[in-house]
Design a protein around this ligand. Structure first.
Ligand code: PMP
Length: 287
Protein backbone atom coordinates (compact mmCIF):
# COMPACT_ATOMS: atom_id res chain seq x y z
CA UNK A 1 0.00 0.00 0.00
CA UNK A 2 1.54 3.30 -1.03
CA UNK A 3 1.32 6.18 1.40
CA UNK A 4 -0.53 9.36 0.55
CA UNK A 5 0.24 12.84 1.89
CA UNK A 6 -1.88 15.98 1.83
CA UNK A 7 -0.09 19.11 0.57
CA UNK A 8 -1.90 22.42 0.13
CA UNK A 9 -5.18 21.13 -1.20
CA UNK A 10 -3.96 17.97 -2.92
CA UNK A 11 -3.55 14.31 -2.04
CA UNK A 12 -0.19 13.21 -3.46
CA UNK A 13 1.97 10.07 -3.26
CA UNK A 14 4.13 10.42 -0.13
CA UNK A 15 7.37 10.02 -2.09
CA UNK A 16 6.42 12.92 -4.39
CA UNK A 17 5.13 15.28 -1.68
CA UNK A 18 7.11 18.52 -1.46
CA UNK A 19 6.92 22.21 -0.60
CA UNK A 20 8.76 25.17 -2.12
CA UNK A 21 12.29 26.00 -0.87
CA UNK A 22 11.04 29.42 0.26
CA UNK A 23 8.38 28.00 2.53
CA UNK A 24 8.80 29.96 5.77
CA UNK A 25 8.62 26.75 7.77
CA UNK A 26 11.77 25.59 6.01
CA UNK A 27 13.65 28.92 6.28
CA UNK A 28 12.50 30.33 9.65
CA UNK A 29 10.70 27.46 11.45
CA UNK A 30 7.77 29.89 11.06
CA UNK A 31 5.10 27.28 11.60
CA UNK A 32 3.22 25.13 14.07
CA UNK A 33 2.14 21.49 14.17
CA UNK A 34 -0.02 18.88 15.83
CA UNK A 35 0.10 15.11 16.22
CA UNK A 36 -3.14 13.22 16.86
CA UNK A 37 -3.38 9.51 17.61
CA UNK A 38 -5.65 7.27 15.54
CA UNK A 39 -7.06 4.32 17.49
CA UNK A 40 -9.30 1.84 15.67
CA UNK A 41 -9.66 4.38 12.88
CA UNK A 42 -10.85 7.15 15.23
CA UNK A 43 -9.04 10.38 16.05
CA UNK A 44 -8.15 10.59 19.75
CA UNK A 45 -8.77 13.87 21.58
CA UNK A 46 -9.41 15.60 18.24
CA UNK A 47 -11.12 18.70 19.64
CA UNK A 48 -8.31 19.37 22.12
CA UNK A 49 -5.63 19.12 19.44
CA UNK A 50 -7.49 21.30 16.96
CA UNK A 51 -8.21 23.88 19.70
CA UNK A 52 -4.51 23.95 20.51
CA UNK A 53 -3.61 24.28 16.81
CA UNK A 54 -5.93 27.31 16.63
CA UNK A 55 -4.33 28.75 19.75
CA UNK A 56 -0.76 28.26 18.40
CA UNK A 57 -1.81 29.97 15.14
CA UNK A 58 -3.41 32.87 17.01
CA UNK A 59 -0.37 33.41 19.22
CA UNK A 60 1.80 33.70 16.09
CA UNK A 61 -0.78 35.80 14.18
CA UNK A 62 -0.92 33.14 11.48
CA UNK A 63 -4.05 32.44 9.43
CA UNK A 64 -5.91 29.13 9.58
CA UNK A 65 -5.39 27.31 6.25
CA UNK A 66 -9.00 26.04 6.07
CA UNK A 67 -12.17 25.96 8.14
CA UNK A 68 -12.39 23.59 11.04
CA UNK A 69 -15.06 21.38 9.53
CA UNK A 70 -13.27 21.05 6.18
CA UNK A 71 -10.04 20.28 8.04
CA UNK A 72 -11.82 17.47 9.90
CA UNK A 73 -13.07 16.00 6.63
CA UNK A 74 -9.63 16.17 4.99
CA UNK A 75 -8.00 14.47 8.00
CA UNK A 76 -10.51 11.62 7.78
CA UNK A 77 -10.06 11.29 4.02
CA UNK A 78 -6.27 11.11 4.43
CA UNK A 79 -6.61 8.40 7.09
CA UNK A 80 -8.99 6.49 4.81
CA UNK A 81 -6.67 6.74 1.81
CA UNK A 82 -3.75 5.47 3.88
CA UNK A 83 -5.85 2.65 5.39
CA UNK A 84 -4.45 3.30 8.86
CA UNK A 85 -6.40 1.89 11.83
CA UNK A 86 -3.79 2.58 14.51
CA UNK A 87 -1.19 5.27 14.20
CA UNK A 88 -0.79 9.03 14.12
CA UNK A 89 -1.67 11.92 11.87
CA UNK A 90 0.87 14.76 11.65
CA UNK A 91 -0.15 18.21 10.48
CA UNK A 92 1.93 21.31 9.97
CA UNK A 93 0.86 24.86 9.16
CA UNK A 94 3.42 27.46 8.11
CA UNK A 95 3.12 31.13 7.20
CA UNK A 96 3.46 30.13 3.56
CA UNK A 97 5.85 30.68 0.67
CA UNK A 98 7.42 34.13 0.16
CA UNK A 99 10.82 35.65 -0.72
CA UNK A 100 13.07 35.33 2.33
CA UNK A 101 12.40 38.28 4.63
CA UNK A 102 11.98 38.30 8.41
CA UNK A 103 8.85 40.43 8.21
CA UNK A 104 5.49 38.74 7.73
CA UNK A 105 4.75 38.25 4.02
CA UNK A 106 1.92 40.21 2.31
CA UNK A 107 -1.54 39.34 3.62
CA UNK A 108 -2.39 37.60 0.33
CA UNK A 109 0.19 34.85 1.07
CA UNK A 110 -1.66 31.66 1.94
CA UNK A 111 -0.49 29.53 4.82
CA UNK A 112 0.83 26.08 3.88
CA UNK A 113 -0.82 22.95 5.26
CA UNK A 114 0.89 19.57 5.07
CA UNK A 115 -0.44 16.36 6.61
CA UNK A 116 0.88 12.81 6.76
CA UNK A 117 -0.36 9.62 8.40
CA UNK A 118 1.61 6.64 9.61
CA UNK A 119 1.04 3.40 11.47
CA UNK A 120 2.43 3.12 15.00
CA UNK A 121 2.17 0.66 17.83
CA UNK A 122 -0.01 2.42 20.40
CA UNK A 123 0.27 -0.58 22.74
CA UNK A 124 4.00 -1.54 22.83
CA UNK A 125 3.85 -4.60 25.09
CA UNK A 126 7.52 -4.81 26.15
CA UNK A 127 7.81 -1.07 26.81
CA UNK A 128 4.68 -1.07 28.96
CA UNK A 129 5.76 -4.22 30.81
CA UNK A 130 9.36 -3.11 31.46
CA UNK A 131 9.09 0.67 31.53
CA UNK A 132 11.64 3.06 30.04
CA UNK A 133 14.74 4.98 31.10
CA UNK A 134 15.08 8.75 31.10
CA UNK A 135 18.12 11.02 31.22
CA UNK A 136 18.03 14.63 32.41
CA UNK A 137 19.48 17.59 30.55
CA UNK A 138 19.29 21.40 30.66
CA UNK A 139 16.21 22.97 29.05
CA UNK A 140 17.74 25.25 26.40
CA UNK A 141 14.49 26.22 24.63
CA UNK A 142 12.87 29.63 24.03
CA UNK A 143 10.39 31.14 26.48
CA UNK A 144 7.13 30.34 24.63
CA UNK A 145 7.03 26.58 24.98
CA UNK A 146 3.22 26.73 25.16
CA UNK A 147 3.21 27.30 21.37
CA UNK A 148 3.63 24.05 19.43
CA UNK A 149 6.26 25.48 17.12
CA UNK A 150 8.09 23.45 14.46
CA UNK A 151 11.31 25.03 15.83
CA UNK A 152 12.42 21.82 17.56
CA UNK A 153 16.21 21.98 17.48
CA UNK A 154 16.66 21.69 21.28
CA UNK A 155 14.41 18.61 21.25
CA UNK A 156 16.32 17.10 18.31
CA UNK A 157 19.56 17.48 20.26
CA UNK A 158 17.94 16.31 23.49
CA UNK A 159 16.35 13.18 22.07
CA UNK A 160 19.57 12.28 20.23
CA UNK A 161 21.50 12.66 23.48
CA UNK A 162 18.94 10.48 25.28
CA UNK A 163 19.08 7.80 22.57
CA UNK A 164 22.89 7.75 22.66
CA UNK A 165 22.67 7.21 26.44
CA UNK A 166 20.33 4.26 25.84
CA UNK A 167 17.31 6.17 27.17
CA UNK A 168 13.83 6.54 25.69
CA UNK A 169 13.37 10.23 26.46
CA UNK A 170 15.07 13.27 27.98
CA UNK A 171 13.68 15.28 30.88
CA UNK A 172 14.59 18.94 30.62
CA UNK A 173 15.56 20.97 33.70
CA UNK A 174 15.05 24.70 34.13
CA UNK A 175 17.72 26.93 35.67
CA UNK A 176 16.47 26.21 39.21
CA UNK A 177 16.63 22.44 38.66
CA UNK A 178 12.91 21.85 38.19
CA UNK A 179 11.79 19.36 35.55
CA UNK A 180 9.85 21.26 32.90
CA UNK A 181 8.85 18.33 30.66
CA UNK A 182 10.19 15.67 28.33
CA UNK A 183 11.64 16.52 24.90
CA UNK A 184 8.35 15.38 23.32
CA UNK A 185 6.17 14.50 26.31
CA UNK A 186 4.92 15.77 29.66
CA UNK A 187 6.59 14.54 32.86
CA UNK A 188 4.78 13.10 35.89
CA UNK A 189 5.53 11.56 39.25
CA UNK A 190 3.46 9.87 41.94
CA UNK A 191 4.84 10.85 45.36
CA UNK A 192 5.40 8.49 48.30
CA UNK A 193 2.02 9.68 49.60
CA UNK A 194 0.27 8.76 46.34
CA UNK A 195 -0.12 12.31 45.01
CA UNK A 196 0.00 12.69 41.23
CA UNK A 197 2.20 15.66 40.24
CA UNK A 198 2.92 17.40 36.94
CA UNK A 199 4.23 20.87 36.03
CA UNK A 200 1.60 23.59 35.91
CA UNK A 201 0.49 24.81 32.47
CA UNK A 202 2.38 28.04 31.73
CA UNK A 203 4.73 29.43 29.09
CA UNK A 204 7.35 26.99 30.48
CA UNK A 205 5.77 23.85 28.99
CA UNK A 206 3.57 22.61 26.19
CA UNK A 207 0.17 21.96 27.75
CA UNK A 208 -0.21 18.40 26.45
CA UNK A 209 -3.65 17.34 25.31
CA UNK A 210 -2.96 13.89 26.75
CA UNK A 211 -1.85 15.67 29.95
CA UNK A 212 -5.19 17.50 30.14
CA UNK A 213 -7.16 14.30 29.61
CA UNK A 214 -5.12 12.41 32.22
CA UNK A 215 -5.75 15.25 34.71
CA UNK A 216 -9.48 15.02 34.04
CA UNK A 217 -9.44 11.20 34.39
CA UNK A 218 -7.48 11.45 37.67
CA UNK A 219 -9.85 14.06 39.08
CA UNK A 220 -12.88 11.97 38.14
CA UNK A 221 -11.29 8.97 39.87
CA UNK A 222 -10.62 11.03 43.03
CA UNK A 223 -6.84 10.63 42.77
CA UNK A 224 -4.99 13.35 44.75
CA UNK A 225 -3.39 15.70 42.24
CA UNK A 226 -1.03 18.69 42.40
CA UNK A 227 -0.17 20.85 39.42
CA UNK A 228 3.33 22.10 40.31
CA UNK A 229 6.95 21.74 39.30
CA UNK A 230 9.12 19.03 40.89
CA UNK A 231 12.87 18.53 41.05
CA UNK A 232 14.84 15.42 40.11
CA UNK A 233 15.48 14.76 43.82
CA UNK A 234 11.74 14.48 44.36
CA UNK A 235 11.48 12.11 41.39
CA UNK A 236 14.19 9.90 42.93
CA UNK A 237 12.03 9.62 46.06
CA UNK A 238 8.81 9.09 44.10
CA UNK A 239 6.76 5.91 44.03
CA UNK A 240 6.17 6.11 40.27
CA UNK A 241 7.07 8.23 37.27
CA UNK A 242 5.67 8.31 33.76
CA UNK A 243 5.38 10.39 30.62
CA UNK A 244 2.42 11.29 28.41
CA UNK A 245 2.01 12.30 24.78
CA UNK A 246 -0.48 11.81 21.96
CA UNK A 247 1.69 9.22 20.22
CA UNK A 248 2.58 7.18 23.34
CA UNK A 249 -0.43 7.82 25.64
CA UNK A 250 1.24 7.03 28.95
CA UNK A 251 4.59 5.22 29.37
CA UNK A 252 6.01 4.06 32.73
CA UNK A 253 9.47 5.34 33.68
CA UNK A 254 11.62 3.00 35.79
CA UNK A 255 14.99 4.80 35.84
CA UNK A 256 16.04 8.43 35.72
CA UNK A 257 19.75 9.15 35.28
CA UNK A 258 20.41 5.51 36.17
CA UNK A 259 18.63 5.69 39.51
CA UNK A 260 15.61 3.45 39.99
CA UNK A 261 12.22 5.06 40.54
CA UNK A 262 10.11 3.41 43.26
CA UNK A 263 10.76 -0.33 43.21
CA UNK A 264 12.31 -0.09 39.73
CA UNK A 265 9.18 -1.48 38.04
CA UNK A 266 6.25 0.21 36.26
CA UNK A 267 3.77 1.64 38.76
CA UNK A 268 0.18 0.62 39.40
CA UNK A 269 -1.31 4.10 39.12
CA UNK A 270 0.54 4.61 35.81
CA UNK A 271 -1.03 1.41 34.44
CA UNK A 272 -4.46 2.43 35.72
CA UNK A 273 -4.27 5.87 34.10
CA UNK A 274 -3.03 4.41 30.82
CA UNK A 275 -5.87 1.92 30.76
CA UNK A 276 -8.42 4.63 31.48
CA UNK A 277 -6.97 6.84 28.73
CA UNK A 278 -7.00 3.98 26.17
CA UNK A 279 -10.64 3.28 27.09
CA UNK A 280 -11.47 6.96 26.63
CA UNK A 281 -9.66 6.86 23.23
CA UNK A 282 -11.60 3.76 22.21
CA UNK A 283 -14.88 5.45 23.10
CA UNK A 284 -14.19 8.08 20.41
CA UNK A 285 -15.48 10.67 22.88
CA UNK A 286 -14.06 14.12 22.79
CA UNK A 287 -14.47 16.67 25.55
N1 PMP B 1 5.64 18.46 25.59
C1 PMP B 1 6.32 18.55 24.44
C2 PMP B 1 7.54 19.40 24.37
C3 PMP B 1 5.87 17.83 23.31
O1 PMP B 1 6.54 17.93 22.14
C4 PMP B 1 4.73 17.02 23.42
C5 PMP B 1 4.23 16.19 22.26
N2 PMP B 1 4.16 16.86 21.08
C6 PMP B 1 4.06 16.97 24.64
C7 PMP B 1 4.54 17.71 25.71
C8 PMP B 1 2.80 16.15 24.81
O2 PMP B 1 1.70 16.79 24.24
P1 PMP B 1 0.47 15.97 23.66
O3 PMP B 1 -0.05 15.13 24.81
O4 PMP B 1 -0.49 16.99 23.24
O5 PMP B 1 1.01 15.12 22.56
Amino acid sequence: MSRVAYVNGRFVPHAMASVHIEDRGYQFADGVYEVIAIQDGKLVDEAGHIDRLDRSLRELRMARPMGRQAHGLVMRELIRRNRVRNGVIYMQVTRGVAPRNFLFPPAATSPSLVMTVRRTDLFPTARLRDGVRIVSMPDIRWKRRDIKSVGLLPQVLGKQRAAEAGAFEGWMLDESGFVTEGCSSNAWIVTRDGVLVTHEASHEILNGITRQSIIRIAREAGIPFEERAFRLEEAFEAREAFLTSASTYCIPIVRVDDRPIGNGHPGLLTAKLRQAYAAYAASGRTV
